[in-house]
Write a protein that binds this ligand. Structure first.
Ligand code: SF4
Length: 412
């Protein structure tokens, strides 16, 4: 008899998470309102450390878009952007974020914002996709401010020295334009400090995720999707470091006490692809009710930049932000996923095929079948989207997930 999905053991750190994120948004808001301060917008795996080192407050549109998704209002906003010439098939972060802006709404209203924090500059890295450039260019045109970025090769198999040199130069080449509007001139020692802070927070974030290797796991993918906020928006600051020290401590205590994130954990699953932000808590409850714990994911592991090295800040930035899963070839992705399957003792994989994000949907070119042939770990493909709820069928998905877990039960 499946248990109720409502008896999920919430992490106590969630209160501190709300406080840390609230303080972050307050800093961004104050910077946007203070003529003496400057705000840079940054893509989620963009050069955050460089921007913090030059005195900017840093705002991340993808974090904002995920908040729109979680608020379940994306489907209201996407048609507004479509009416401005953007396809409904492209990134629903982009279309829901711009649509909310054009509608004059933001989930940041709860932090006192009346609109987005006005950027002084927008900075992207195309390591994740070209969409970030298109997205940021819309706002650059609207606010009449510069948009600059790093262009990273895609489908990278081996990361060569030439590639690192090429990308490292691009990091350096951002500096003159940043200095034209930054509160502080570039200083290599301040950059090293930010790189060291980011590295240390990333190591802690990795250790947080690795607590899920324990059986039972103290953490689910759905918890991690929420608790990843500080590593996305505050890496390179002491705030992220302090937060993950506390979260790690709570998880270590859970492990020592044998506290399970999913009481009665029987099945350990891997989530490949993005969260369905508008169904995060519903999914957590569903898997919980099936005694299935989603213990690991590609998505949450994507913010582990532990190659960052203060002794070599530019080259190590180039390496860390190119070694990223989304940048790599299918052969490298296969190796990364199969390692995770072994390390986390995975019984089954869920591939979330996000309709509007091909770059984060890795079941479109046969990778899922190659991994199954190699590992014999069964998989389920789930059609959905990160923000656009119109691409997701609740009924079909629940039946598919329940059937999949039942099949896992028969293999036990
Ligand atoms: S990676 Fe996907 S979800 Fe993220 S900005 Fe690019 S297209 Fe959008």
């Amino acid at each position: 008899m499946p248990r109720s999905g409502s008896d999920i053991a919430a992490l106590a750190s969630v209160d501190q998470l709300k406080a840390v994120m609230g303080a972050y948004f307050t800093r961004v808001k104050e910077a946007a309102e203070d003529p003496a301060q400057r705000v840079a917008w940054c893509s989620s795996v963009g050069p955050a450390e460089l921007l913090y080192a030059m005195g900017f407050e840093v705002f991340f549109p993808e974090n904002h878009a995920a908040m729109i998704g979680a608020s379940k209002k994306a489907a209201d906003y996407i048609p507004v952007t479509v009416a401005h010439g953007y396809s409904p098939d492209i990134c629903s972060y982009l279309t829901s974020d711009i649509g909310a802006f054009l509608t004059g709404e933001t989930p940041l209203q709860r932090y006192g914002f009346t609109s987005l924090p006005r950027p002084d500059i927008l900075v992207y890295n195309t390591n994740q996709c070209r969409e970030v450039k298109d997205w940021f260019s819309f706002y650059a045109a609207h606010y009449s401010v510069p948009v600059i970025g790093i262009h990273t090769p895609l489908n990278v198999e081996d990361i060569s020295e030439d590639m690192i040199t090429y990308i490292s130069r691009q990091f350096r080449s951002l500096i003159p334009t940043l200095e034209e509007c930054a509160p502080e001139r570039f200083d290599i020692d301040r950059f090293r400090e930010r790189i060291a802070l980011s590295h240390d927070a990333c190591v802690l974030w990795r250790e947080v995720l690795e607590t899920a290797r324990h059986r039972p796991s103290p953490l689910t993918f759905f918890d991690a999707s929420i608790h990843m906020g500080p590593i996305v928006v505050m890496r390179g600051t002491t705030h992220a470091l302090e937060y993950y020290r506390m979260l790690k401590q709570e998880l270590d205590t859970r492990v020592a006490d044998g506290v399970a994130a999913v009481a009665g954990e029987r099945y350990r699953l891997y989530w490949e692809g993005m969260p369905l932000w508008f169904k995060l808590s519903g999914m957590a409850k569903l898997f919980n009710s099936l005694d299935a714990c989603v213990v690991a994911s590609t998505y949450c592991n994507s913010w582990i930049f532990d190659d960052l090295d203060p002794a070599n800040p530019f080259d190590s930035s180039a390496l860390a932000y190119t070694r990223l899963f989304i940048v790599r070839s299918d052969d490298v992705k296969q190796q990364v996923i199969t390692d995770h399957l072994r390390e986390y003792a995975i019984d089954g994989i869920i591939y979330h095929d996000a309709k509007t994000c091909p770059r984060n949907s890795n079941n479109r070119y046969g990778l899922q079948m190659r991994i199954q042939r190699q590992t014999a770990v069964p998989y389920l493909e789930l059609n959905g989207d990160l923000n656009d709820s119109r691409c997701y069928s609740e009924e079909q998905s629940i039946i598919a997930i329940e059937t999949f877990v039942n099949q896992l039960a028969m293999r036990k």
